[in-house]
Design a protein around this ligand. Structure first.
Ligand SMILES: Cc1cc2nc3c(=O)[nH]c(=O)nc-3n(C[C@H](O)[C@H](O)[C@H](O)COP(=O)(O)OP(=O)(O)OC[C@H]3O[C@@H](n4cnc5c(N)ncnc54)[C@H](O)[C@@H]3O)c2cc1C
Length: 433
């Protein structure tokens, strides 16, 4: 079966990843020597949009940084772990990084290839050259010397970077989350995370169960329909689905504008009334709404509303079936908690990602060990003690990354200038002696 061959090795990708993560947290193997490198500027961990944004803001202030990236390219989430049909979910004006707008000819919702080419141009413009294939396995503040010690495992060599400033930019989506489901080992078809899903081509004619109804799960279902697969969607929780555009404006842009004048609850009401006029009652098709409105819920829990790009119409047309939680898997079928049982050829886990910061950062004051996110919510989670910073952990997408990046660069610049002044004074004193 071609379809199964292509997916061979992708099964339980997440578990393999976890193992990779734990093996990389061990110290250097006896064969490899760890070389120490002194870095006069900040060390940035992660070359995604957030790492690049802060690197560029620093560069603009004349401060060079070292960017460490475990993958072999920038923006590895976008280049290696996303599906082909992906576009930015939000309009480009809310997604551009500091100091460089998107090209004017890009569409309102750039395609992933366009976004990646923008990031490549961005890195080139600000002369950002990340050290690829270097996984940070531990970072610890050494109180005796007053510097950070950042250990990496590389392909050929392992390093220890010693620096004054450490910027965490490893993202909210560093590791795939795959929940344990009873009977997973028994199920004969492939079970893959969305990070391995490229397009519905190989699923053509197959019955596919997509577990999870966030933006990715909904979009994967739509993509499967477009390739003549037969998708079903597991909707475990309540969910806010909003149209991507309302009254000719992006729903996100309209919400931001309304929030300038009105309290969040009123804006939520307005959004839900307009949504109802366009999408109708979603609970009739198995997608019940939470009690809290979409923006209030996002503010309290960080849960992002789903922006519909056509999946609801497919559900209404019966092209996508909706099921409740999975109870267990058997060899070829899935039993749901309402007792229904259905055969499937493959399962796609659209079950999200998590931060990996607790695996390698020894400091516990800025980031929570539980979820790997800053303890303090936006806008106060960007700075810790001893020159430690976080960028891109705001639950506010690329807009949040840009805001963090500017603040961090400004903060470091103050220390940098003070240091320069100190050196200048010392130099002048010495030359006068
Ligand atoms: C499918 C999808 C669509 C999205 N669409 C939008 C959108 O339209 N608009 C928006 O604003 N936001 C969007 N987001 C949310 C967010 O903006 C993106 O996830 C964005 O990529 C976050 O950038 P980042 O640099 O913080 O994290 P990432 O892009 O995840 O980059 C982190 C980098 O750190 C590296 N790394 C991780 N651990 C280590 C380590 N131990 N050592 C070295 N390197 C490490 C990773 O390999 C990665 O390259 C989307 C997210 C997803 C998943």
């Amino acid at each position: 079966m071609e379809f199964l061959k292509e997916l061979e090795g992708k099964r339980f990708h997440d578990r393999l990843n976890e193992i990779k993560m734990t093996t990389t947290t061990t110290t250097a193997t006896p064969m490899k020597k760890r070389r120490s490198v002194w870095v006069s500027g900040p060390v940035i961990v992660g070359a995604g949009p957030s790492g690049l944004a802060v690197g560029a803001c620093l560069q603009e202030k004349g401060i060079s940084s070292v960017i460490l990236e475990r993958a072999n390219c920038i923006a590895s989430l976008w280049q290696l772990k996303t599906y082909d049909r992906l576009r930015l979910h939000l309009p480009k004006k809310f997604c551009e990084l500091p100091l460089m707008p998107f090209p004017a000819h890009f569409p309102t919702y750039p395609m992933k290839q366009q976004f990646v080419s923008y990031l490549e141009d961005y890195a080139a413009k600000f002369n950002l050259n990340p050290q690829f294939n270097e996984t940070v396995v531990s970072a610890e503040f050494d109180k005796t010397v007053g510097f950070w010690r950042v250990k990496t495992n590389g392909l050929k060599e392992d390093f220890e970077y010693i620096c004054r400033w450490l910027i965490v930019a490893t993202g909210e989506n560093a590791e795939e989350v795959v929940p344990e489901i009873e009977g997973s080992d028994e199920f004969v078809g492939p079970i893959v995370h969305t990070s391995l899903y490229k397009s519905g081509k190989i699923y053509s004619g197959k019955k596919v169960l997509v577990v999870g109804c966030g933006n990715s799960g909904m979009e994967v279902c739509l993509d499967l329909c477009n390739y003549n697969a037969m998708p079903s969607l597991v909707v475990r929780d309540t969910v806010h689905v909003l149209p991507r555009e309302l009254m000719g404006k992006s729903t996100f842009g309209l919400s931001m504008w309304l929030l300038k004048w009105l309290p969040v609850r009123i804006v939520d009401r307005l959004l839900l009334v307009l949504t109802w006029l366009i999408l109708g009652n979603t609970s009739q098709i198995g997608l019940s709404r939470p009690d809290l409105g979409p923006l209030e819920l996002k503010g309290i829990t960080g849960k992002t509303p789903v922006l519909d790009v056509g999946t609801l119409a497919k559900i209404r047309a019966g092209d996508i079936k909706v099921y409740p939680s999975v109870k267990r898997l058997t060899r070829t079928s899935v039993e749901f908690i309402d007792g229904r049982m259905e055969d499937f050829d493959a399962i796609i886990m659209a079950t999200g990602y998590k931060s990996n910061v607790p695996c390698w950062l020894k400091d516990k004051d800025l980031f929570s060990e539980k979820n790997g996110l800053p303890w303090k919510p936006f806008p106060n989670g960007w700075k810790g003690e001893n020159g430690l910073y976080s960028v891109g952990f705001t639950k506010k997408g690329l807009l949040g990354s840009s805001m963090d990046a500017r603040k961090i660069a400004q903060d470091i610049e103050e220390y940098w200038k003070a240091d320069e002044l100190k050196h200048l004074c010392t130099f002048t004193r010495h030359s006068q002696l």
